[in-house]
Design a protein around this ligand. Structure first.
Ligand SMILES: C[S@@+](CC[C@H](N)C(=O)[O-])C[C@H]1O[C@@H](n2cnc3c(N)ncnc32)[C@H](O)[C@@H]1O
Length: 257
């Protein structure tokens, strides 16, 4: 899937809040190296630099557009195009923290990738990940409905645009505990005030709507977004100040070897 840094950074403050909460829960102290897997435009990498000013920080992402933006933002940090499913650190330069915010919801095969990443860490090292856990929210039910409701239904189905729900916290605990000394998991919902329904549409145009819109031409995109707006509007009532609250549940996993 193609990513657009320009659309993604429109809600940077809100998207960075869980990233900050994830950093705050990492128990590893004085890391030598920290890797930001799926670093996007560098907003999370910037947080890691702030938290670990003495460490060598590296940002990796499979999207060249994201890496170009990240490099423009922080010229002194190493950013590389790489696929996290095959990435491994240089054995001569051990990595103490593997951090990945809002990435793994797009990556299948957690049962093999997550234990593999833990085993790339030295003892005391941490794998810290956060994933949106929102496919059951009206925001996502609405995109699946719009995906099935037009002449594009078969294209969208064939492209696999619908995201699978995450496994439960208990599933992740059982998966990771045999490989880690400590596994800390929590799930929380943020409630972001958005400027009307259009704010919600714009938010997801930078993430979950992309696999749907990528299958459509410009006029189909407009028709799809109309259906999407109609589907979600009843679920997001207007608050007293005119904003609408976007409920956004997220799952956090911090596994220390
Ligand atoms: C939603 S953005 C998250 C960006 C940043 N970590 C943040 O929290 O704001 C997801 C990023 O994951 C990257 N990504 C998805 N699959 C990847 C993979 N297999 N390897 C590396 N990066 C990947 C995408 O290119 C995109 O930049």
């Amino acid at each position: 899937m193609d990513w657009s840094a320009k659309q993604y950074v429109k809600f940077e403050d809100e998207r960075t809040r869980p990233a900050r909460d994830l950093v705050a829960a990492i128990p590893t102290r004085d890391p030598r190296r920290v890797v930001d897997l799926g670093c996007g435009p560098g907003n999370t990498t910037e947080l890691l630099l702030e938290a670990y000013p003495k460490a060598e920080i590296v940002g990796l992402d499979s999207s060249p557009d994201m890496i170009t933006n990240a490099r423009a933002r922080m010229a002194h940090i190493r950013f590389e195009v790489a696929d996290l499913t095959t990435w491994k650190p240089d054995p001569a330069a051990p990595v103490d923290i593997i951090y990945s915010n809002a990435v793994f919801q797009w990556v299948p095969g957690h049962e093999t990738i997550l234990p593999r990443l833990i085993h790339l860490l030295p003892e005391g090292g941490t794998l810290a990940i956060q994933m949106p856990d929102n496919v059951g929210e009206p925001s996502h039910i609405g995109m699946r409905e719009a995906g099935r409701a037009g002449p594009w239904a078969e294209r969208i189905r064939a492209a696999g645009a619908d995201r699978e729900p995450l496994a439960s916290p208990a599933w992740y605990y059982d998966l990771l505990k045999p490989h880690a000394a400590r596994v800390d998991i929590w799930r929380t919902a943020y409630h972001h005030p958005m400027v009307g329904i259009e704010g919600i549409v714009e938010w997801f145009k930078g993430s979950a709507l992309r696999p749907y819109l990528a299958q459509l031409d410009a006029s189909e995109q407009a028709a799809f977004l109309d259906l999407y707006r109609k589907a979600i509007t009843p679920h997001y009532p207007v608050a007293a100040d005119g904003k609408v609250l976007l409920a956004f549940p997220r799952l956090f996993i911090v596994a220390t070897r």
